[in-house]
Ligand binder design. Structure first.
Ligand code: BES
Ligand code: ZN
Length: 633
């Protein structure tokens, strides 16, 4: 049932035909080109109901109270916009599981009551909110409250935090979850600035993807300003018992007191990362760069919220072995946040470029060998992943065909995208390619672009300037064909070759475990070793290896993941208590989903998975719950 308010009723039909049939205006930066999307809801971005071609959203003012009892954000948002046509009579917004109590229109500086309609919920898109506009109105206020199951928020109990004393709440808006905590035209093609007032319990601190004052006083009322135009999936908030520690003049860490020092020690290369990225790709344009360390339930490794990356604590390994994650989220300050995918079909423009830049940062700071090892591990993952994916999801410019972008999430846009750029770099040479990339970031700064726009830019600024180096067919194959092209680079690490040779000798019985040379191995060599062992190792062999290397007890979450997965494949049951603890304390999908999947392969494993999942599920983020509900059945 549609919820109606105000007196004038408008049918679904009228609204829909009005939006779908209209073509985008000339003024619009983003051109309509989703011709491959059969179920296009919208000519610009088919994952929004927003009337982007009629209304250009400019600025948001948020006033929200964080209610931990009700698990709700409650208050209002003012949306300011320009009209792109004379006869625009409505503002269409996205919402999901949001209660709208009242809408007001700003008429000559006065707030007057407005009419709105909240449509039935679509499982992927949420509920369209249509606000009637009167003549001359360019600002609308929506009073609302979020529901406890908001897909873009996680409400954590004190037990789920490091300190165990205070609750914690954070948002994760990418890809289409901003609409679950904010009525907005929720599209990466839309760029807005925002201000916010956030009210919290007095003892807690709120931080946002905006300017955060490093020495904010704890008083339960916090003000934020994001003066640069960002896409809506980058609006973010975190609230908890947070302390701040500076790492340099412009970088610092927000974390719970119990983990602040270890986080600072782990990530103290952040300033150097910013510096080398600036040297490679031009100035960091966002002012401060801080990190917010979330509780382990965070379903991702990291999220590039501008000025404040959100980071999983599972990468605090004690030896900086997993800091490529920081390089990655920082890299998004150029690829993603500055130059943004216009639709979720263009997601590879965000993640492929970012994975490439991430690896260049790692090379600058930690050397070519480490960068190659990380490339090699990623490519091995990619080759594995494409075997299990629906073929259509192995295309860079993916056809989502009405699906939730989360459902198509895979390593393809990341590593296939990265390898495309590595290939271009090899073909044109680093000097030429670097110049091209700098041009791309500058020419598209603060814009949202489509794959087609990028292809035209690539042709004009790289291919046509250096004719005969690569063909347009090759570019087309990379971007539009499924699977992995034969021309894909195959990154080779010398260190990994040595590990391979030793492993071969070990498996032939020519050397013993202590002759493997593991004393000098880095975390990456360990991962390569574990990922490439045969999966039919005997339980005895696993036991011997465990006794020698204490892998079940590894505190490195990536090594533990690889070891637990191998153990399940080999039927080595000694790890089960460790596995149970791992699954209950970590909510990062990349680390836990493959383990649950492997468990479900055997009857005994499935039983174990179901039992553990029952305990672990309440602690997982709604996204992880949704993924795992499908796996653990
Ligand atoms: N932006 C992504 C996370 C994301 C993608 C959230 C799509 C929601 C939808 C972030 O930058 C990312 O890629 N994180 C990776 C880590 C990275 C080192 C590959 C992750 O979380 O695993
Ligand atoms: Zn990313």
């Amino acid at each position: 049932m549609a919820v109606l308010a105000g007196c004038q009723q408008e049918t679904e039909q009228e609204t829909k035909s009005d939006m779908v049939d209209s073509q985008p205006q000339q003024e619009q930066v983003v051109k309509a080109d989703n011709t491959n999307n059969k179920k296009a809801h919208n000519p610009i971005d088919d994952h929004t109901y927003g009337n982007l071609h009629e209304v250009d959203l400019k600025h948001l003012e948020l006033d929200l109270t964080v209610d931990f009892e009700a698990k709700s954000l409650e208050g209002f948002v003012d949306l300011s916009f320009d009209r792109l046509k004379d006869d625009v009579n409505e503002l269409v917004l996205d919402t999901r599981d949001i209660d709208v109590s009242k809408v007001e229109l700003n008429q000559d500086g006065q707030w007057v009551s407005g009419k709105f309609e909240l449509a039935d919920k679509d499982e992927v898109m949420g509920s369209k909110l249509t606000v009637k506009l009167e003549a001359g109105v360019n600002k609308v206020r929506v009073h609302y409250a979020t529901q406890p199951q908001a897909s873009g928020l996680q409400w954590l109990t004190p037990e789920q935090t490091a300190g165990k004393k205070h609750p914690f709440m954070y948002s994760q808006a990418q890809a289409i979850h901003a609409r679950s905590f904010l009525p907005v035209q929720d599209s990466p093609a839309v760029r807005i600035t925002y201000n916010a007032t956030i009210r919290t319990p007095k003892e807690l601190l709120a931080v946002m993807s905006a300017f955060n004052e490093p020495d904010t006083e704890l008083d339960g009322e916090y003000h934020f300003e994001m003066p640069q135009a960002i896409p809506t999936y980058l609006i973010a908030i975190g609230v908890g018992d947070l302390d701040f520690k500076a790492m340099s003049d412009r970088t610092g860490v927000y974390a719970e007191p119990a983990i602040l020092d270890s986080a600072v020690a782990e990530f103290d290369d952040t300033e150097d990362m910013v510096k080398v990225t600036e040297e490679l790709y031009g100035p960091y344009r966002w002012g401060r760069y801080d990190l917010l360390i979330l509780p382990p339930a965070f379903p991702y490794g990291g999220m590039e919220n501008p000025r404040l990356s959100f980071i999983t604590p599972t990468v605090i390994a004690g030896d900086k072995s997993l800091v490529s994650l920081i390089a990655h989220e920082l890299a998004h300050s150029w690829s993603g946040n500055l130059v943004t995918n216009a639709t979720w079909h263009d997601f590879w423009l965000n993640e492929g470029f970012t994975s490439y830049v991430e690896n260049r940062i790692m090379e600058e700071l930690f050397g070519r060998e480490r960068a190659l090892m990380e490339q090699s591990l990623a490519v091995q993952d990619l080759r594995q992943a494409v075997q299990d994916l629906p073929e259509k999801y192995t295309v860079l410019n993916v056809d989502l065909d009405g699906a939730d972008p989360d459902d198509a999430f895979s390593t393809v846009p990341y590593t296939k995208g990265q390898m495309f750029l590595v290939w271009l770099e090899e073909k044109f040479g680093r000097e030429v390619f670097d110049k091209f990339l700098v041009g791309h970031f500058n020419d598209h700064a603060f814009q949202s672009i489509t794959t087609q726009q990028f292809e035209a830019y690539l042709k004009k600024n790289l291919l046509d300037k250096h004719p005969g180096v690569v063909s347009e067919e090759e570019i087309h194959t990379w971007i539009h064909e499924p699977m992995l092209p034969d021309m894909m680079p195959n990154p080779k690490s010398g260190a990994f070759n040595t590990v391979d040779a030793k492993t071969k000798q070990l498996l032939l019985g020519e050397i013993t475990l202590d002759q493997l040379g593991t004393q000098q191995w880095t975390v990456h060599e360990w991962l390569h070793f574990l990922n490439n062992l045969p999966t039919d190792m005997s339980a005895d062999d696993m036991m011997t290896m465990d006794a020698t290397f204490k892998l079940t007890e590894s505190t490195n979450n990536e090594i533990a993941h690889a070891w637990l997965l191998l153990s399940l494949k080999a039927g080595y049951e000694v790890v089960l208590p460790r596995l149970e603890n791992y699954l209950i304390t970590i909510g990062r999908r990349k680390l836990i989903v493959p383990l649950y999947k492997q468990l479900m392969e055997t009857e005994q494993g499935a039983e174990f998975a179901k039992r553990v999942y029952q305990v672990a599920r309440p602690g997982y983020h709604p996204l992880a719950q949704a993924t795992l509900d499908e796996v653990v059945k």
